[in-house]
Design a protein around this ligand. Structure first.
Ligand code: NAD
Length: 482
């Protein structure tokens, strides 16, 4: 083993307030910058999962009955603990996921903010009183927690995708069973220990780890005590889970894949557009659901934009995430890296031009160089598929209408970016894009106070913002008259 996880990092699962091993042995977590093992964690069996669900089910009524202010205080303390341990958490995330320390520190701040935001929302769960249009009766509504929530998270934002679900679930009075991605279970275990330290009672937060998620999740969705599924991950797995959830009509939220267009119109400030592009494309090494996937640039400025973007991309320093100098870390694993390399090769062999990058560096770990590809055909893999890596394909568009038509010509609808010197023109384009979120003259949309989510096959529901807690609440209405 080259590097070990920092001392004190939990490597057991948390069920019913106790740290425990799993019934199916253990699996190894790798450092993507070397491919070497850094730790091993329990492989849960369905028996472990049933214990976690039972613990969550037993703890949920008490948690729901806990004063909203007290639920909020637990989240608030968790925010403070995360913030005070930002460096340790950032280092651990860089180590297990590969992202640069700059990205990891940013993620800790972003992730902790979900705990603070929902600590504030816990005390604002309200109802309504209405008069029926007939005048004959009153309509009284109030809101109750859904119950036990199963939370499934991806590897690309190991902290934020978990806190974006745990925060609103706990604020609403739900208990949770979190199953983190197999590539990055350690961050989730640290979050569990922080929540326990912050005062979450035994059974309210349970974390089970496995590298064989299919069987475990299917069993959880069959368990009648599980009332909520919140999933962030690929559209393919989301579709499968929705089918499984259908059998028991499990309340489901889905944050799925994207294929974000990054539209640069001819009146855009090109330096600002390149700066935004670097953020939208390269945050997390391109491994973000919000990542700019297709650069749709208006013909008069395409050459200049491509040149400026290539210079910025070629200047990025590649290295292990945990190295302070690194700007672009490795990709998560060899499968993802090879998939990205294959898409670039296929697109280049069909006539596109790699201006910079397109190289798998000759070094250990799962690296891919920052890449810009121009003259990309609209039906090539780089334009139609979610890339999920450090590759920027540039496609020339004739005008605003052409950009919008091609931007919308996909089953995905998570994020888009628009750069224009005219606010009215920019807003006009934003309104016509079939997506859940748009960055207008800005390369970053994620904000704990904003409703995050997609349309079409990019998802169901919203996380964060005022809306985020809705996913964990049901409405009951009382008809009465006086
Ligand atoms: P993934 O779908 O492979 O895995 C996500 C989670 O599902 C993991 O916890 C994994 O263990 C679990 N899983 C995998 N197969 C399963 C199965 N058969 N049954 C039950 N659970 C299963 O996705 P990933 O590779 O971890 O993440 C990348 C994808 O996530 C990308 O498509 C990205 O766009 C998407 N994503 C979306 C958002 C969003 O908010 N919309 C955020 C981050 C990532």
């Amino acid at each position: 083993m080259t590097q070990r996880v920092p001392a004190g990092t939990p490597t057991e699962m948390l069920i019913d307030g106790g740290w425990c091993s799993g019934s199916q042995g253990r699996f190894t977590v790798l450092d993507p910058s070397t491919g070497e093992p850094i730790a091993d964690v329990p492989r849960a069996g369905t028996d472990d999962l049933v214990r976690a669900v039972a613990a969550a089910h037993a703890a949920q009524p008490g948690w729901a009955a806990t004063a909203p202010r007290e639920r909020g205080e637990v989240l608030r303390r968790a925010f403070e603990l995360m913030t005070s341990r930002r460096e340790q958490l950032a280092y651990l995330m860089s180590l297990e996921m590969g992202k640069s320390l700059t990205d990891a520190r940013g993620e800790v701040t972003y992730a902790a903010e979900f705990f603070r935001w929902f600590s504030e929302e816990a005390v604002r769960i309200d109802g309504t009183l209405r008069t029926a249009p007939s005048g004959a009766n009153r309509i009284l509504t109030f809101r109750k927690p859904v119950g036990v929530a199963l939370l499934l998270t991806p590897w690309n934002f190991p902290a934020a995708m978990a806190t974006r679900k745990i925060g609103p679930a706990l604020a609403a009075g739900c208990s949770v069973v979190l199953k983190p991605a197999e590539d990055t279970p350690l961050t989730a275990l640290v979050l569990a220990s922080i929540l326990a330290e912050a005062g979450a009672p035994a059974g309210v937060v349970n974390v089970v780890t496995t590298d064989r998620p299919g069987e475990l999740v299917e069993a959880a969705l069959r368990d009648e005590r599980v009332r909520k599924l919140s999933f962030t991950g690929s559209t393919g797995v989301g579709r499968l889970l929705l089918r499984q959830a259908a059998d028991r009509i499990v309340n489901s939220s889905m944050e799925l894949g994207g294929n974000a267009p990054f539209i640069v119109l001819d009146d855009a400030d090109l330096d600002a557009a390149v700066e935004g592009a670097m953020l939208a494309k390269m945050r997390n090494g391109g491994q973000a659901c919000t990542a700019a996937n297709r650069f749709l640039v208006q013909e008069p400025v395409v050459e200049q934009f491509a040149r400026k973007l290539s210079v910025a991309m070629a200047a990025l320093r590649l290295g292990p995430g945990t190295d302070e100098q690194t700007q672009l870390g490795p990709m998560i694993n060899s499968k993802q890296r090879d998939g990205v390399a294959a898409k670039v090769e296929a697109t280049v062999s069909s006539g596109a031009r790699a201006v910079t990058g397109a190289v798998v560096p000759d070094r250990p770990g799962f690296y891919y160089e920052a890449t810009v590809v121009t003259d990309v055909a609209r039906d090539s893999e780089l334009a139609t598929d979610e890339i999920f890596g450090p590759v920027a394909p540039i496609i020339t568009v004739a005008d605003e209408n052409d950009a919008i038509a091609f931007a919308n010509d996909t089953e995905m609808g998570l994020t888009a970016y628009v750069y224009s010197g005219s606010l009215t023109r920019g807003l006009r384009v934003c309104e016509r894009l079939e997506v859940g979120m748009v960055g207008l003259n800005r390369g970053l949309v994620s904000d704990p106070a904003a409703p995050f989510g997609g349309v079409k096959q990019s998802g169901l529901g919203r996380e964060g913002g005022y809306e985020g807690i809705d996913a964990y609440l049901e409405t009951t209405y009382v008809a009465t008259s006086w």
